[in-house]
Design a protein around this ligand. Structure first.
Ligand code: ATP
Ligand code: MG
Length: 490
């Protein structure tokens, strides 16, 4: 949603206390001032920080409590917006949080709103009921475009045709401050703006992704052809890929949401996530949920929102949430351990999954369905839930073919794939690949090419994981048979 529209709605609805987490103070204040000025009657804007107070003479108002007293002392019928920049460190002081809470109660119903503005989102538990967090999105193409022309001034005319568009596209997903920095750097280093500037922007963007500390940028080389079997899943993906295009958007198709892949270890869930990004020809962002949930309590929530913003700004993209079951084990909306942070992070992600309209295709993978909060499995979160079972005989043959083609394309016909497939009931794709590698070791050691017999021996020497996991597999299969998921194999 347009940030000004969002702010306007909340001011008119008389929210007393809003938290706007963003590092883009300038742009946010510009939006806030524009919204305040457009209201009827216009609202007065007061901006405070601990260095300048409210910008007036009275030095003591640089302190947080006197600043809040100043707000409390304003005439009740005077519409006003109070921006408190970087206020969050003061919220560690119980007197300050209490004062803010009292103030929020007083302002309720008045045309007066306090905005906490800063890069950090860390709502103390005592304030969660009073504070409403508004997400402040990264700048839109329009905003970046206007900023661009202003920044480059006369330079714009010297740009090669197409370069402006390409640069603009590359800049999406960055804050205006960063865009300014990287373009000035490019101008200083290259003396002009050309292809090299685009590379600089992309490098800067990768850093932004890394700075979230929970997202990783991947450029997967594996495509659908590197998946043996799973024909049902592959056909589904190919159909969705058609719906992922700009043309489909114009036709009126909603952007595909994503899918959840469930199954035991080594059956190709992670591989399928990578192949999806490759198929859609978009960047792959891997989310480390464990790390997200493990970050300092309180910080997790801000990070989750930051992660979503960066992912949306990178759209079209695939967001891969690997091993989602481990991070959200037992979490649900009602869960209140660690003062509710896990539940809030989970809620943030859940709401986003439900409501997102951007072209971010989510691929989540899970081993253990039972540990997943039921909310996640409800309709509307994912387009489809797929169960990846142990490969069938035909699939094992296909998987062996993938791995042998990769390593010995010219000798493929020398291997007896049907015999190996028949001898590997219960083995996962990962175990089949490992048997091929073990056979290669054996051949290399004996200074000869490896053979079908080497692979068969490697298989015979290992016990597949499925033997010890039989119960888990049976439970998963029963869950699928009850109509909870679709089978990836046709
Ligand atoms: N269907 C398959 N076709 C080809 N290779 C496969 C297949 N399944 C697994 N493999 C091989 O096994 C490797 C490991 O599989 P992958 O990491 O995708 O398993 P996973 O289901 O994500 O397991 P985990 O639950 O342990 O994360 C893959 O990189 C691939 O080389
Ligand atoms: Mg995996």
């Amino acid at each position: 949603m347009n940030p000004r529209h969002q702010l306007d709605l909340h001011l008119r609805a008389r929210y007393p206390l809003l938290w706007l987490p963003t590092a883009e103070e300038e742009r946010a204040e510009e939006d806030l001032r524009a919204v305040a000025a457009a209201l009827q009657p216009a609202w007065t804007v007061w901006a405070w920080d601990c260095a300048d107070g409210f910008g007036g003479e009275e030095a003591h108002r640089r302190l947080p409590l006197p600043a809040l007293e100043f707000i409390a002392a304003q005439p009740v019928d005077e519409p006003a917006l109070f921006i408190l920049r970087d206020f969050h460190p003061f919220l560690r002081d119980p007197q300050v949080t209490r004062a803010l809470r009292n103030l929020a109660h007083e302002l309720r119903g008045r045309r007066q709103t306090i905005i906490l503005l800063g890069a950090v989102l860390d709502v103390p538990p005592t304030l969660t009921d009073e504070v409403t967090v508004l997400d402040y999105p990264l700048p839109s193409a329009e905003v970046v475009g206007a900023h661009f022309d202003q920044l480059l001034g006369a330079f714009v005319e010297h740009l090669e045709p197409g370069t402006r568009e390409a640069l603009l596209q590359a800049c999406m997903g960055m804050s205006l401050v960063r865009i300014g920095q990287v373009l000035r750097l490019a101008l200083a280093a290259d003396g002009t703006l050309d292809e090299r500037a685009i590379d600089r922007v992309l490098a800067e963007k990768e850093q932004a992704i890394r700075r979230t500390e929970v997202l990783e940028f991947l450029d997967p080389s594996e495509g659908l052809e590197s998946i043996g079997g799973l024909d049902g899943l592959k056909a589904w993906l190919e159909r969705r890929a058609l719906a992922f295009t700009e043309r489909a958007r114009r036709y009126g198709l909603p952007a595909p949401r994503g899918l959840l892949l469930a199954g035991i270890q080594g059956t190709g869930k992670s591989l399928s996530a990578k192949a999806t990004a490759n198929l859609l020809r978009v960047p792959l962002l891997r989310l480390d949920v464990g790390r997200l949930m493990g970050s300092l309590v309180g910080e997790s929530e801000g990070r989750a929102r930051e992660m979503i913003r960066v992912a949306e700004a990178m759209a079209p993209a695939v967001l891969w949430i690997d091993e989602i079951d481990k991070a959200f084990r037992g979490v649900s909306s009602g869960y209140t351990g660690d003062s509710g942070t896990s539940a809030r992070v989970f809620g943030t992600i859940l709401t986003w999954l439900q409501e997102k309209t951007s072209s971010v295709f989510v691929v989540a993978t899970a081993n253990n369905i039972e540990q997943l909060p039921p909310e996640l499995l409800r309709k509307g979160r994912f387009d489809e839930i797929f169960f990846i079972d142990l490969p069938t005989t035909a699939e094992r043959e296909a998987i062996l073919e993938v791995h042998l083609t990769r390593r010995r394309p010219h000798r493929l016909r020398e291997f007896d794939l049907p015999a190996l497939a028949a001898a590997s009931e219960g083995y996962s794709g990962a175990e089949l690949e490992q048997a091929v590698i073990d056979a290669m070791y054996a051949g290399y050691e004996a200074q000869r090419e490896f053979t079908t017999a080497d692979i068969a021996r490697a298989l015979a020497e290992t016990v597949p994981l499925s033997v010890s996991r039989q119960q888990e597999i049976d439970a998963l299969r029963a869950w699928v048979a009850a109509g909870n998921a679709r089978r990836a194999t046709v």
